[in-house]
Design a protein around this ligand. Structure first.
Ligand code: ADP
Length: 394
């Protein structure tokens, strides 16, 4: 039998192992969040860990317990692990919230702080059904899989579909007024759909929508994000204007089909950017073609819509609005959506870390194109063209 370690060293190892346990929603180590109430290490190697949950009945208590057990099981010299759960006092919760907010005053939109490095993309379309939500979740999933910290606000109040597309059924956890978004595929996600009963329609008007969006942006704890996506309702409605007001630094991604009617309304949605002072980062054409078994491409919805919107907006807005990509119709994309697993993740494990040069099996599929677009968006330089710098006359 190996000689057992002195308790002090074992204790240090146990604490180091606990540093690796993250709160599943906050995505920070429990040791950093004040969630560790106490640890006792017996000379025989029996460890008892007391964890403080943020709220009573925390839905992820089982996950935290298992994560602690697994982390400690890997420490040599630990003979048994017992995890006790307790709940934070209001003072401890306040301290936690303070820590999460980085000491900032209570209700601000973190993405507007000077020096915020989060890139905010508002995904818009002229009309519904063009694949705006599918594109949003797939770009987000591809970026998260590439190691970026990503969040989605599903602001499509009348057609919220993001939770379903990501397979999220769990409601967000509330820590007093702070809302912790569920995480799926590494994406922190919040949706109006998580706050309504069943599948009821939301019959909210402008001011209520504005307040709901403002609350999402101030009260939902996203932590440090590299990219935040907002899935907007189709058209040029109130929410698009609210986003311009609440997140003036956000950029717009326009999704259209190749059809000229869809392109016309998409162009109008893009022109709203001129009023709100936002930049249009680019256009994504979806449902561009269907690959036939013989290899030909059937252009089900015609062709040229994406290029047309890109060209016309470049003219109207006075800076280049690129066509970022063209995504084919692909049964796998629809199936992935229905199954709650973004198609952009398909086959990722088996691909080399970068399939850009893609002679790979995924070439020509919706998944490959979505990943290519995500990669280009993640690496776009930040430009000021089209931004409202607050210096022009009203
Ligand atoms: P929107 O958000 O614009 O209303 P959705 O993302 O909800 O659109 O897409 C509408 C429907 O079209 C969904 O059933 C989705 O699975 C399907 N869909 C979207 N893009 C594609 C595509 N490229 N290939 C196949 N089906 C698609």
């Amino acid at each position: 039998m190996p000689v057992s370690e002195p308790a002090s060293t074992l204790e240090a190892q146990v604490l180091r192992a606990l540093d690796t346990v993250q709160d599943p929603e906050l995505r920070r180590p429990i040791t950093e969040l004040g969630m560790l109430k106490g640890v006792t290490v017996d000379p025989s190697g029996a460890v008892r860990v007391e964890v403080l949950l943020t709220i009573a009945g925390c839905p992820l208590r089982g996950t935290i317990t298992t994560d602690v057990e697994n982390a400690l099981a890997a420490v040599p010299g630990v003979s048994s692990v017992a995890v006790g759960l307790d709940v934070m006092t209001p003072e401890q919760r306040d301290a936690l919230k303070d820590r999460l907010r980085g000491g900032d005053p209570v209700r601000t939109i973190p993405f507007n702080r000077p020096g915020s490095l989060t890139r905010v993309y508002a995904v818009a379309s002229g009309k519904g059904g063009v694949g705006k939500s599918s594109v949003t979740v797939n770009l987000a999933a591809a970026m998260a899989a590439a190691g970026l910290r990503v969040g989605i606000v599903d602001a499509d109040v009348h057609g919220f579909s993001v939770p379903g597309l990501l397979g999220i059924t769990r409601p967000p956890t509330r820590v007093d007024e702070m809302i912790l978004p569920p995480v799926a595929y590494g994406i922190k996600t919040i949706s109006i759909g998580m706050f309504v009963e069943g599948n009821q329609p939301v019959a909210w008007r402008g001011p209520m929508l504005h307040r709901a969006l403002e609350q999402f942006l101030t009260d939902v704890y996203f932590g440090d994000l590299d990219v935040l996506f907002l899935d907007l309702p189709p058209g040029t409605g109130d929410i698009a204007i609210s986003v311009g007001q609440l997140l003036p630094g956000s950029e717009i991604l326009l999704v259209t089909t190749p059809q000229s009617a869809a392109a016309d309304v998409a162009e109008r949605a893009g022109s709203v950017a001129k009023q709100t002072g936002q930049k249009v980062a680019g256009v994504i054409e979806n449902m561009s073609w269907l690959a036939l078994p013989g290899g030909e491409r059937l252009e089900v919805f015609g062709s040229g819509g994406g290029a047309a919107v890109s060209g016309r907006l470049t003219g109207t807005l006075g800076y280049p609005v690129p066509l970022l990509g063209s995504i084919p119709l692909d049964v796998a994309l629809r199936e992935g959506g229905d199954g709650g697993r973004p198609v952009a993740l398909d086959g990722l494990e088996s691909l080399a870390c970068d399939d850009a040069a893609s002679g790979g099996t995924a070439a020509g599929t919706a998944a490959a194109e979505l990943r290519r677009i995500a990669r280009n968006l993640a690496h776009r330089p930040r430009g000021l063209a089209g931004r409202n710098l607050g210096v022009s006359p009203a």
